[in-house]
Ligand binder design. Structure first.
Ligand code: ATP
Ligand code: MG
Length: 112
């Protein structure tokens, strides 16, 4: 299993949620986060001007998926949040060792 964590802009949350539900995803987690990317929290970079780095408010969505759905989920997220502008966000993929559904004790793919 893989954990897909995407840092996105707030206004894209509903679109990405609806797209993931449409694709059959059964759960997700959303967290308010702050971060910066290559522009260091600024809209433009002026050559020769040094800036302080600013944190911008973002949302992080996390979706645990079976490996066979990984690429599909990545493209669903990407399609939903893409604007082509800087700061569109980033998707981080990591391994999940196990998942346990507390109520039933289901494990692994069966617990997703
Ligand atoms: N290397 C990183 N490590 C951890 N978080 C990151 C990293 N890069 C980006 N992020 C998170 O993703 C958010 C959005 O990043 P952003 O889309 O601006 O990335 P970027 O690399 O600057 O790409 P772009 O040039 O398209 O803006 C950041 O505010 C930060 O929260
Ligand atoms: Mg950026």
């Amino acid at each position: 299993m893989k954990m897909v964590a995407a840092v996105i802009k707030h206004f894209k949350l509903d679109e990405v949620k609806d797209s993931l539900v449409q694709a059959g995803i059964q759960g997700m987690t959303v967290t308010e986060v702050k971060g910066f990317g290559r522009q260091k929290g600024h809209i433009e970079i002026y050559r020769g001007t040094s800036y302080e780095v600013r944190f911008l408010p973002k949302l992080k969505i996390e979706v645990a998926v079976s490996e066979d759905r990984l690429e599909e989920v990545i493209s669903v997220i990407r399609k939903a949040v893409y604007t082509g502008e800087i700061g569109d966000g980033k998707i981080f993929v990591s391994d999940i060792e196990d998942v346990i559904r507390i109520r039933t004790g289901d494990r692994g793919d069966a617990a997703l």
